[in-house]
Each structure stands twice: as C-alpha cells, then as structure tokens.
Design a binder for this molecule. Structure first.
Ligand SMILES: [Zn+2]
Length: 134
C-alpha cells in the first residue's frame, strides 16, 4: 500500500544526499525518493476504480523493467544532458521504484521477468491463517 513504502523512500533519499547538496536540492531528493517509492502502488487506484480482475502487481507500474528503463534513461541523461539535476532526480525516483519492487518481493508476487515471462517470484510465502468472512 501507499504509506508503508514512504519511509523506505525517505531512508533511500537520506542515504543518497551528500553534505555538498544545497538544502533545496536535498529536499527535492527526499521528495522524489518518497514519491518514487510510493508511486508503483498508484495502480491500485486503477484496480479499484476500473479493473477488479488482475492482481495489481501485474500492471506495468509493478514491472521492474519499468523502473530499470527509467534508471537507464536517467543514466543517459546524466551523461549527456546540460543540466544534471533533473536527471539525478529521475535516477532517485527510479531507485525509489526499484526499492518498492524489492520490498514487495519479500512476501508478495512480483513479475520480475514481465512482460516476457508470466511467472511471479517472491522470497517467502505466508500461509493464510484466517479466511475472509470466515
Ligand atoms: Zn507495491
């Protein structure tokens, strides 16, 4: 869900911030780190409003390739763009999304090889003790 991933994005951003960063840039890094760590779950809005069929981890916002592509784009921009700050913020945003994928993979299904293979992966399985409505 949205809120539990925010602290991970904050901690990621704090680990990235260096003393040489201006206060405004440090705040921007924290903002994009938190938003990047939370934004993959925006697909739940689509799930609840329109779809109701697919596990929300099957949407492209929960495909690791989405976040790796953004990270690759940020890397290219960091090399070639005239202003590096926006590219750096994009990299922090993408790292926040990748952190979300890693944390969701602990006990949740993540389709690491999507869109090529439809096989979810997770580290641990937690058996349901209670059944809904039971
Ligand atoms: Zn998620």
């Amino acid at each position: 869900m949205f809120i539990p991933h925010a602290p991970s994005g904050y901690l990621l951003a704090k680990a990235i911030i260096r003393p040489a960063c201006s206060s405004a840039f440090a705040k921007a890094i924290i903002l994009v780190g938190v938003v990047g760590a939370v934004i993959p779950d925006i697909d739940m809005v689509y799930f609840y409003l329109f779809d109701h069929r697919l596990h929300h981890h099957k949407y492209f916002t929960h495909w690791p390739i989405t976040w790796l592509a953004l990270l690759l784009m940020a890397t290219v921009l960091l090399r070639w763009a005239a202003t590096k700050k926006a590219a750096f913020l994009l990299a922090v945003f993408a790292l926040g999304g990748m952190l979300h994928m890693l944390l969701d993979s602990v006990v949740g299904d993540i389709w690491w090889q999507a869109p090529w293979l439809k096989q979810p992966l997770k580290l641990f399985t937690i058996e349901a003790v209670y059944q809904p409505g039971g």
